[in-house]
Design a protein around this ligand. Structure first.
Ligand code: AR6
Length: 183
């Protein structure tokens, strides 16, 4: 079940899938660690698919702070760029909701600065960092919708949320349906 909505000139969609297999997206977002090194989950999959150049380029930005986003090349991935976001560790980095929102907002601002037309996001912080899925989905969708509305024509024209399992896909799809009614 793919849920799609349009806001101004931007299409938002929630799909089930693997963030490393989005060849039609100019940029993909990494749920990074502060050192921009490989790891488990999304970061492990992205670094494995990109190859060692990604970690090498990341060194010059490290360490990044919760809520921050930085841009690198995508190396062997089928995209042009990777936007690395450090989400909050739930229960440690506070205020968690604002830091999580900052990830999505800063990633979209970076995309707009670099004229990136399409961006795919994973569910940042909802794996190893322990953020409960439901509030994380609501924050992700609300922040992206608000940021796109604020940016107007500078925003990417396609934004995709790539969710790894049914539960995450449902949480994001419901949040999108609730926030942006079908026209
Ligand atoms: N594509 C899309 N989503 C995925 C994929 C994938 N290939 N793999 C996992 N997910 P996580 P975090 C989902 O742990 O919570 C890393 O080790 C997963 O089911 O990747 O921000 C880093 O090095 C979950 O819903 O990111 C950091 O230390 C979501 O992606 C730390 O984990 C995020 O899970 C970051 O933790």
């Amino acid at each position: 079940m793919t849920v799609q909505r349009a806001i101004a000139g931007t299409t938002l969609e929630c799909i089930k899938g693997d963030i490393t297999r989005q060849p039609d997206m100019v940029a993909i977002v990494n749920a990074a660690n502060a050192q921009l090194r490989t790891g488990g989950g999304v970061a492990g999959a992205i670094h494995a698919a990109a190859g060692p150049g990604l970690e090498q380029e990341g060194r010059r930005f490290a360490p990044i702070k919760p809520g921050q986003a930085v841009l690198t090349g995508a190396y062997a991935l089928p995209n042009q760029f990777v936007i690395h976001c450090l989400g909050p560790v739930y229960g440690r980095d506070e205020p968690a909701d604002e830091l999580l929102a900052a990830c999505y907002r800063n990633a979209l601002r970076l995309a707009a600065e670099h004229h990136i037309a399409s961006v795919a996001f994973p569910a940042i912080s909802t794996g190893a960092f322990g953020y409960p899925l439901q509030p994380a989905a609501e924050i992700a969708i609300r922040t992206v919708v608000e940021t796109v509305r604020e940016m107007k024509e500078g925003a990417p024209t396609r934004i995709r949320f790539v969710l790894f399992d049914d539960r995450a896909e449902r949480a994001f799809a419901h949040a999108l349906e609730n926030l942006v009614p079908a026209t």
